[in-house]
Design a protein around this ligand. Structure first.
Ligand SMILES: [Zn+2]
Length: 249
């Protein structure tokens, strides 16, 4: 059973093998400051855990840039363009798929990148986080030409991306199907422990930091309680929480 003790045990195995466990934190859907964003940044500051904020360009406001500039360890990634789905309602939601001309998608992504670079300056990294963690192959192929250096979706990375640094997330703390509530300690810890274990055993790319994905706008008490516990335990166990700059450059 996945519990806090099991996470401690896994991290102890990393230490015994002479390796430092690496993790990173990605939070999605930022557009403007809110009470939830304040709470998120407070936790990041309190534990000195870097926060990568996947920000929606179309809705990104200057007030968010002001807030990010005051935070000590927040960087900004690009979360699609407008976070609108362009597929028929019967299909899984997707903004960057094959349902509209590639030029329309690349035009939007370019505009979004320029806006975020201007708003956030050095805090922005040209790393694409596709909404719903999915995008078309031809969009991936176009990313380097648009100036993107990185890509982040969900699940252990493949070895295919030669011209992009791909670093994904591996744990989703939200249960979307059950009404956007905390996925629960057991499921969240199981996802984190599974990826750490697969890396340690060489079953997946061992150099990909284990990514924890959050969505501050829908956090309930369960998520807010889980994060400090996760940071506290992992830091005490010698794990390293990477900055986006560390993993995407
Ligand atoms: Zn999103």
């Amino acid at each position: 059973m996945a519990d806090w003790k099991a996470l401690e045990t896994e991290l102890a195995l990393w230490r015994e093998s002479g390796q430092q466990a690496t993790l990173w934190w990605r939070d999605d859907d930022a557009e403007r400051p809110s009470d939830a964003l304040e709470q998120l940044i407070e936790i990041s500051d309190r534990f000195h855990v870097p926060l990568a904020l996947a920000t929606i360009p179309a809705g990104a406001e200057a007030s968010l840039a002001e807030r990010v500039k005051q935070a000590s360890a927040v960087s900004v990634l690009q979360h699609g363009f407008s976070h609108l789905s362009h597929v028929p309602p019967s299909e899984r939601k997707c903004e960057l798929g094959n349902h509209r001309p590639l030029a329309e998608i690349t035009d939007e992504l370019g505009k979004g990148q320029a806006k975020l670079a201007e708003l956030f300056g050095d805090a922005f990294l040209p790393v694409l986080v596709p909404p719903w963690n999915r995008l078309g192959e031809q969009v991936i192929d176009a990313l380097p030409g648009l100036g993107f250096t990185g890509l982040s979706t969900l699940g252990p990375r493949s070895c295919k991306q030669k011209r992009l640094i791909e670093v994904n997330v591996h744990a989703d703390l939200i249960n979307w199907k059950a009404g956007r509530c905390f996925a629960g300690e057991e499921r969240s810890l199981a996802q984190i422990i599974t990826h750490l274990q697969q890396r340690r055993l060489g079953e997946v790319d061992s150099s990909e930091p284990t990514g924890v994905m959050t969505h501050h706008l829908v956090h309930d008490e369960g998520v807010w309680a889980f994060l400090p516990q996760l940071f506290d335990l992992t830091l005490k166990a010698g794990a390293h929480w990477c900055t986006a700059k560390e993993i995407f450059s």
